[in-house]
Design a binder for this molecule. Structure first.
Ligand code: 5GP
Length: 210
């Protein structure tokens, strides 16, 4: 049982909480789910591939896409632009695929206004000290950027209060399993089941004698 239009899932969580790793684990066995590839003006990290991890754009390119309304949402995060290209999301949803956006909270608020049915999931780190060690340990950011990201984490964590689901990421596989359960359960919401109920009741003249 799947909704005619794909469901939109917004996954938020502070930088370093492990969202990317959890989503990768979730998608290993879920070919039907589409993960939106964002655009950003930040420099690629070692191993990141243009068009796979992000579309890496120059600021001018990003700004012309904003002007052309090419983004579903966009925001500035620690000095760089990030945005969700609109077209692939529209296409995948129209084809009935669940779509995941892995975005920060300003963008999440914009999407919630446009798509009030979007399901929001917030991923928490086990603790702030654990978050600091993860941000430092991955070695991808300079120390001053780590501090900026930590400060931003403290600002954005209260957004969790407004989300539909909150999951603490202790163990990647378990967190991915929790996300899978949340995503699967949406198909059984009453609002998506109305056509099944209608179809069943339309048989009553054929099947019931009275
Ligand atoms: P990072 O630089 O660590 O890849 O991402 C920094 C932050 O930007 C993360 O919180 C990530 O979820 C968020 N982000 C990634 N893509 C997008 C996007 O398309 N839009 C918005 N608003 N945030 C994004």
């Amino acid at each position: 049982m799947k909704p005619e239009n794909g469901q939109l899932f917004i996954i938020c969580g502070p930088s370093g909480c492990g969202k990317g790793t959890v989503i990768k684990e979730l998608l290993r066995n879920e070919p039907d789910i589409f993960l939106s590839v964002s655009a950003t003006t930040r420099a690629p990290r070692e191993g990141e591939v243009d068009g796979v991890h992000y579309h890496f754009l120059k600021t001018e390119q990003f700004e012309s896409l904003i002007a052309e309304e090419g983004f579903l949402e966009h925001a500035c995060f620690c000095g760089n632009y990030y945005g969700t290209p609109r077209k692939p999301v529209d296409t995948q949803m129209a084809n009935g695929h669940p779509v995941i956006l892995e975005i920060e909270v300003d963008g999440a608020q914009q999407v919630r206004k446009l798509c009030p049915d979007a399901v929001t999931i917030y991923i928490l780190p086990p603790s702030l000290s654990e978050l600091r060690s993860r941000l430092t340990g991955r070695g991808t950011e300079a120390p001053e950027v780590v501090e900026k990201r930590l400060a931003r984490a403290v600002e954005e964590i209260p957004f969790a209060y407004t989300c539909d689901y909150v999951v603490t990421n202790h163990i990647v596989e378990e967190t991915a399993e929790a996300l899978r359960a949340i995503i699967r359960s949406q198909a059984f919401l009453k609002k998506h089941a109305a056509c099944q109920v209608d179809a069943l009741l339309s048989e009553k003249e054929l099947v019931c004698e009275r």
